[in-house]
Design a protein around this ligand. Structure first.
Ligand code: OXD
Ligand code: MN
Length: 602
């Protein structure tokens, strides 16, 4: 087998690919050039093998159905392998690097037999951005290659940038399903749960993933590199890698505000990133929907890039009501995974239209009619779409220097207690708000749905080191930014009324809340100080044209002191898990929070 293309001159890369090939023993090696011809050829092969279905209603778009056991990120099988367990902290799974590598080498041995090994050079961030980083993913999944073509910048341009000795982050991936000679392949190869490992070795900037072909487990540029490994690099080098969308809001006067917002998975980040403001004269441009890399620029302000070049969005719930811009983006050149297939050759998912199709093929490949009583699309079904197709993508979304961030938002899905919006009293209090953000769990991870869990900064599954140290990093960044630090807010679009219905209409109406934040940034709007931060009064929000039942706004902004007081013990339990890694400044914030609640309860 000829493993190396004569044009590849990077000795470190050649050595690593040869080592991987010796271990995984693929039948063949393909170096990806990132061309459309390459994408088309791989897709044609997958259509022919039955792994993909070409959609007749959308040009150049394909549907995949995964194995029923491989439908989401697997947090239980995700490891942060620092030599010292304490550096991974209490919120990450840990195994010592030697033991984990030994176990994974056993699994990798011969794991690509009968398959092609693809070598994908990719850039996270615009190729010419000083903030961008290069990764090389080795994978035996052509589905992964095609998704990486959309989600990252891939191929020859990256190799040219890498040169003969450039730095790259090695990312090894296998679906873990070797083929014996003559053995027929399945449409979605993967390994059983106990053989799935999504492993990170931050000390070496190394990623090893085995056994899953789905999303963040397999598209290693996304969660593994751009968050778990990058969060370590960012801490070492003094920048930030965050689970945040980036958007630009433009006022009727043309003033531009840049907002970076962190929400746990499947809490409406993509919808917010492509917001269509309902307030007159305001508009929104999308820069990214999932990840922000931010560095302090020469003028002392924080500048953010979106390291990705596509959207890997949750399909169910995406509709012309919830996200018209995403719907307009999904007109071709997309990959769909675990959506339903309609009889006329289009995709469908729950919530896409009010009226479900009379018949479809569901995500498991079976006949489906609305009377089945089961979802036609998996709740974590996804679309992969080029960012350039988004009708509201910002003209500056690929600006190598990034955009200046004015406002940080933390959010979560909370049925009760958390108000619609609150502004942090200062940076340290903002870090406290981020550190104590909680959310009800969703289908984006395999596990139970609807349980309340603390998800600090929406980074619980993505922070590649001890969260206590991560809180310190945020405090340090605030110190360095000083008066140029973004304002911090926390929001909750999901509070329920007594009737069990959402009180806030959400979607485009969220622009009303963002407008208040922009006005706070410009010192142009009022607020009252509450024990949990600055709250808008009803009259501080632009509610023009919004008809809400009487009392709902007051309820959305109500601070239920007994309920908050009752949660203090949970917050304390959550924070003291970090032991001596919990910064004293956050412990002081907890004490001050408790004091304020006590005073308010008197
Ligand atoms: C995602 C996630 O896919 O957060 O973005 O799970
Ligand atoms: Mn995400």
């Amino acid at each position: 087998m000829d493993s190396i293309q004569p044009s590849v001159q990077h000795s470190g890369l050649i050595q690593w690919v040869e080592e991987a090939a010796r271990m995984c023993q693929p039948a063949d090696i393909h170096w990806c050039d990132g061309s459309k011809a390459e994408y088309d050829r791989l897709m044609a092969g997958m259509v022919e093998s039955g792994a993909a279905t070409e959609l007749s209603q959308q040009p150049n778009s394909y549907l995949f159905r995964s194995d029923a056991s491989d439908v989401a990120r697997v947090e239980d099988r995700t490891y942060i392998s620092h030599p010292d367990r304490d550096d991974a902290g209490p919120t990450n799974n840990w195994m010592d690097p030697e033991g984990l590598k030994k176990r994974m080498r056993e699994l990798y041995e011969g794991c690509m037999a009968g398959r092609t090994m693809y070598v994908i050079p990719f850039s996270m961030g615009p190729i010419d951005s000083p903030i961008a980083r290069i990764g090389i993913e080795i994978t035996d999944s052509p589905y992964v290659v095609c998704n990486m073509h959309i989600m990252t910048r891939v191929g020859t341009v990256v190799m040219d940038r890498l040169g003969t000795d450039g730095e790259f982050i090695p990312c090894l991936h296998s679906v873990g399903a070797p083929l014996a000679p003559g053995q027929e392949d399945v449409t979605w190869p993967c390994a059983p749960m106990e053989e799935k490992y999504i492993s990170h070795f931050p000390r070496e900037n190394l990623i090893w993933s085995h056994g899953s072909g789905y999303g963040g487990n397999a598209l290693l540029g996304k969660k593994c590199l751009a968050l778990r490994i990058a969060s370590n690099m960012a801490r070492r080098e003094g920048w930030m890698a965050e689970h945040m969308l980036i958007l630009r809001l433009i006022s009727p006067e043309g003033r531009r505000y840049h907002i970076a917002a962190a929400f746990p998975s499947a809490c409406g980040k993509t919808n917010l990133a492509m917001l269509q403001p309902t307030i007159s004269g305001w508009s929104c441009e999308c820069i990214g929907d999932d990840i922000a890399w931010m560095q302090i620029g020469p003028n002392g302000r924080l500048r953010a890039i979106n390291p990705e070049s596509g959207f890997f969005g949750v399909a169910p719930g995406t509709s012309y009501d919830s996200n018209p811009m995403a719907m307009d983006m999904l007109h071709g050149n997309c990959i769909y995974t675990n959506c339903a297939l309609t009889d006329d050759g289009d995709v469908w998912w729950e919530g896409k239209t009010d009226q479900p199709p009379a018949h479809a093929v569901d995500w498991k490949g079976g006949d489906w009619t609305p009377s089945n009583g089961t979802p036609a699309a998996h709740p974590n079904a996804r679309f992969t779409a080029p960012a350039s197709q988004c009708p509201v993508i910002s003209p500056d979304w690929e600006d190598p220097e990034g955009v200046p961030i004015d406002i940080f938002v933390f959010g979560g899905r909370r049925s009760h207690v958390a108000p619609l919006v609150v502004q942090a009293l200062n940076w340290d209090h903002g870090v406290f708000l981020g550190a104590t953000a909680a959310s009800e769990t969703t289908a984006a991870n395999i596990g139970s749905v609807g349980n309340l869990r603390y998800d600090p900064f929406a980074m619980l599954p993505f922070c590649g080191y001890n969260m206590g140290d991560y809180f310190s990093h945020w405090l340090n960044m605030g110190d360095r930014l000083g008066g140029k630090a973004p304002l911090i807010f926390r929001v909750n679009w999901f509070r329920l009324g007594l009737d069990g219905q959402w009180l806030w209409p959400g979607f485009g109406e969220n622009s009303r809340v963002l407008k208040w934040m922009c006005e706070r940034f410009d010192d142009q709007s009022g607020a009252v100080e509450s024990p949990v931060g600055y709250l808008p009064r009803v009259q501080d929000l632009d509610l023009d044209g919004l008809e809400l039942p009487t009392g709902d706004m007051e309820e959305l902004l109500r601070i239920d002191i007994p309920a908050w007081t009752q949660e203090v013990e949970d917050v304390r339990r959550h924070l003291i898990r970090f032991g001596d890694r919990l910064p004293a400044r956050l412990a002081a914030q907890l004490a001050a929070h408790e004091e304020r609640l006590k005073a308010a309860g008197k």
